[in-house]
Design a binder for this molecule. Structure first.
Ligand code: ADP
Ligand code: ZN
Length: 611
C-alpha cells in the first residue's frame, strides 16, 4: 500500500487544488490523533475535514448525522468521487440493513453514516466492538446541546456508545451554528479530551442581507421575484398554511413554484424536493422542515416571508443561498405578527418532552430571549452583517456595504423630545398597553378602543404629529437600547426600560439614525459578476450534458458537477485528460466517468461545431 498525502487525496478524489481556511488545520489535528471541534458556516466545507483523513486512516470512520436526506446526499457525493461509503438508517429494509452491516464487517467501506438511534442496538454494538474504528465523527454536533436549536435527545447516546468501545477512536465534531455556550456543551457532553477547537469566520461575503417591513408582503415578494426570473430560490414561511397560500398565489401568477412542509405525504415531499433540486421548478416555498442536507449549489436567493424564531435558524436557512460562492441575496420580510406567531409556537412547543417542568420553563425562556435578538435584527439601523456576526461571537467592522442598512441613506436626528413624549405616555398609562395603543394615544387616534377606554383624556393624547411609521421606528429604537422594554407575553406590553431614567429624569439627549430614502436599494444587475467573460453558449451546452448524466443516474445535476466546476471548464477549455483534471471539482473518478464526453463537447465548441 502506498501512502498518499492529504493534498494528493484532496486532488485525486475531490478534484480540489488547495484546502480552504481551517480545513488543513483540522485534517492535520485529526491525523495527529487529536479530538477536534470544527465550527464553520454552512458551505465552508466541513465534510472535507473528516472525509480526507478517513481516506488516510486504516479502518473505518463512523459518521453520526441527524437526517436521512443528509446521509443520502453525502454518500451519493462520496460514491461519485470514487469513495466507498454507505449509510445505516430507517430508510433501509431489514435485508439492505444486514447487507450494509456485513459489508462493513468485511471492511468494504471507508465511511459509514449512522443514525444516532442505531448506535446502542445490539447488532450495531457488536459490529463496532469487533471492528477497527479509526474515527468517530459527529455532524451537526449542536444537536447534542439543550441550549442549541434542534436539540436531539438521541445524540446523548453517543457518549454511552463511545464508552463501550474497546479502543476509543479519534472524535471529530462539526457544526455550522454554535454560540459559545453550545460550543462548550459539545466539548463537555462528548467528553472530548483536550480538543483542538477551530472556529472559522462566520462571514459569508457573497451573501447580501436585507430586511424589509412591507405593507403588502406578497406584493413585495412579487416585485422581488420579477428581477429573478432566471434564478432559483427558496421562500421560507413559518406555517404550513402560509406555504400553501404563497405557493398557490405564485403559481397563479405563472411562477414555477412548488411547496414543501411536514403536512404533505412523504411521496409528495420527495417529488417536490426533487423538482426543485433537479431544476424543474425554480422556486420552493417551504417551512423550516426543508433544507437540512440540501447541498444545492445554485440557490441565488432565500426570502423569509416570515421572521424565523432565532438567528441560528435564520443564518442557517439564509445560508443555503450562494453555496457556489457566487453573489446571492437574503431577504427578510418582517411584520409584527411574526413575533406573536413565534411566541405562540414557543409557548405551545410539543417537540420535546421534558421530564421536569422547571427545565421546560428554562428552555422556553431561552427561546424567548433568542426570539428577542432575532426581532432586534429586524429593527436595527446598523450593519446587519455586523449584527449577525456579533451574535455568533465574531467581531466585525460596522460597515459591510452589502446589506440594506449599509446601502440606505440615513440621517442622524435628535429624538430627545420624541423620546420624552413616548416614555411619559407609557408611564401615564401605567405600563398596561402594547405598541399599537401607545402610538394611537400619542397621535390622537379616534378609534373605538381609545374612545371607549377614555384614553383621549390623557395629557399625552395627540401630542405627536409624526407619521405612524416613524413613531413605531422610534419606539423600536428605544426598545433596542433599553429605554423601553417589551414583555414577552402573548400580548406584549410596553414597559419602561432599565435606562428610562436617563430620559425621564436626567433629560439625556438621544439621537438615532433614520432612513432618508428607502429607495436606495436598486435591483441587482442582470449578469452575475462571476459569469462575466464566460461563454454562455458553451455553458448551456455543458449544462445539457450534465443534465443527461444526472437523469441517467437519477441524481441531482450538481452531484455530477457544480455550476462553478462547469464555469471553470468554460474558463480553462480543457481538451485532454490532464487538462480536464486541472478543473476545480474534477477528481480521478469524475475524469473517468465524464471526462471524455465533456472534453469532446468542448473541443467541438472550440473548433466551431454546433452542439
Ligand atoms: P458544509 O458541510 O460546511 O456546509 P460542504 O462540505 O457541503 O459544506 O461543502 C460545500 C461545498 O464546498 C461543496 O460543494 C464542496 O465540494 C466545496 N468544497 C469543500 N472544500 C473545498 C475546497 N478545498 N476547494 C473547493 N471547493 C471545496
Ligand atoms: Zn452592512
Amino acid at each position: 500500500m502506498t501512502y498518499k498525502s492529504k493534498q494528493e487525496i484532496l486532488k485525486q478524489y475531490f478534484g480540489y487544488d488547495s484546502f480552504r481556511e481551517g480545513q488543513a488545520f483540522l485534517v492535520d489535528s485529526i491525523l495527529a490523533g487529536k479530538d477536534v471541534v470544527g465550527v464553520m458556516p454552512t458551505g465552508a466545507g466541513k465534510s472535507i475535514c473528516f472525509q480526507v483523513p478517513s481516506m488516510m486512516f486504516e479502518g473505518i470512520t463512523l459518521v453520526i448525522s441527524p437526517l436521512i436526506s443528509l446521509m443520502k446526499d453525502q454518500v451519493n457525493a462520496l460514491t461519485q468521487a470514487g469513495i466507498k461509503a454507505a449509510y445505516l438508517n430507517s430508510s433501509l429494509t431489514l435485508n439492505q440493513y444486514h447487507r450494509v452491516l456485513q459489508n462493513a464487517r468485511n471492511g468494504e467501506y471507508k465511511l459509514l453514516y449512522v443514525a444516532p438511534e442505531r448506535l446502542l442496538t445490539e447488532e450495531f454494538l457488536d459490529f463496532a466492538q469487533n471492528s477497527n474504528i479509526a474515527m468517530f465523527t459527529i455532524d451537526e454536533a449542536h444537536c447534542i446541546s439543550q441550549w442549541g436549536q434542534d436539540f436531539r435527545p438521541s445524540y446523548l447516546k453517543i457518549i454511552d456508545f463511545l464508552s463501550q468501545l474497546p479502543k476509543r477512536p479519534v472524535v471529530s465534531a462539526f457544526t455550522a451554528t454554535a454560540t459559545a455556550q453550545v460550543r462548550e456543551d459539545i466539548v463537555s457532553s462528548l467528553k472530548l479530551t483536550n480538543p483542538e477547537i477551530l472556529v472559522t469566520g462566520f462571514d459569508r461575503k457573497n451573501l447580501s442581507f436585507e430586511v424589509i417591513k412591507p405593507a403588502d408582503k406578497f406584493q413585495t415578494l412579487c416585485d422581488f421575484l420579477k428581477q429573478k426570473q432566471e434564478e432559483t430560490g427558496i421562500i421560507y414561511c413559518t406555517t404550513r398554511k402560509t406555504v400553501e397560500e404563497v405557493c398557490d398565489r405564485l403559481t397563479k401568477q405563472g411562477y414555477l413554484a412548488t411547496r414543501y412542509h411536514a403536512g404533505l405525504t412523504d411521496q409528495e415531499r420527495k417529488e417536490n424536493q426533487d423538482d426543485f433540486i433537479f431544476d424543474r421548478m425554480r422556486i420552493i416555498v417551504a417551512t423550516n422542515a426543508f433544507g437540512m442536507g440540501i447541498d444545492k449549489s445554485n440557490v441565488s436567493y432565500v426570502v423569509h416571508y416570515n421572521m424565523p424564531k432565532d438567528l441560528e435558524s435564520y443564518y442557517q436557512e439564509a445560508g443555503r443561498a450562494g453555496r457556489d460562492g457566487g453573489p446571492a441575496e437574503c431577504v427578510l420580510l418582517y411584520s409584527g405578527q411574526d413575533v406573536r406567531m413565534n411566541l405562540f409556537l414557543i409557548d405551545n412547543n410539543k417537540d420535546a418532552e421534558y421530564a421536569e417542568t422547571e427545565l421546560e420553563e428554562l428552555i422556553k425562556s431561552k427561546d424567548r430571549e433568542r426570539l428577542k435578538k432575532m426581532t432586534f435584527y429586524c429593527h436595527t439601523n446598523n450593519c446587519l452583517r455586523e449584527y449577525i456576526l456579533n451574535y455568533f461571537g465574531d467581531t466585525a467592522p460596522n460597515f459591510c456595504g452589502n446589506c440594506s442598512n449599509c446601502k440606505t441613506n440615513f440621517e442622524t436626528i435628535d429624538i430627545t423630545v420624541e423620546a420624552q413624549k413616548i416614555l411619559s405616555c407609557v408611564y401615564r398609562v401605567k405600563e398596561r398597553y402594547g405598541v399599537k395603543t401607545i402610538i394611537d394615544i400619542l397621535r390622537g387616534s379616534k378609534n373605538e378602543k381609545i374612545l371607549h377606554l377614555r384614553l383621549d383624556s390623557l395629557p399625552t393624547y395627540g401630542i405627536m404629529k409624526n407619521g405612524e411609521k416613524q413613531v413605531r421606528e422610534i419606539i423600536n429604537y428605544l426598545i433596542l437600547n433599553d429605554y423601553l422594554a417589551l414583555t414577552t407575553d402573548q400580548y406584549p406590553v410596553l414597559k419602561l426600560g432599565n435606562r428610562s431614567r436617563e430620559i425621564l429624569i436626567d433629560k439625556a439627549e438621544i439621537q438615532m439614525k433614520l432612513a432618508k430614502d428607502i429607495e436606495a436599494l436598486k435591483p441587482n444587475k442582470k449578469v452575475k459578476p462571476e459569469l462575466l467573460g464566460v461563454d454562455q453558449i458553451l455553458l448551456e451546452r455543458l449544462k445539457k450534458i450534465r443534465l443527461q448524466f444526472a437523469s441517467q443516474q437519477k441524481v441531482p445535476a450538481f452531484v455530477i458537477f457544480t455550476d462553478s466546476a462547469l464555469i471553470d471548464m468554460c474558463d480553462k477549455l480543457p481538451l485532454n485528460d490532464s487538462e480536464f483534471l486541472m478543473v476545480s471539482g474534477v477528481g480521478e473518478a469524475k475524469l473517468k466517468r465524464y471526462g471524455q464526453r465533456f472534453i469532446s463537447e468542448i473541443s467541438d465548441f472550440v473548433s466551431g461545431k454546433n452542439g
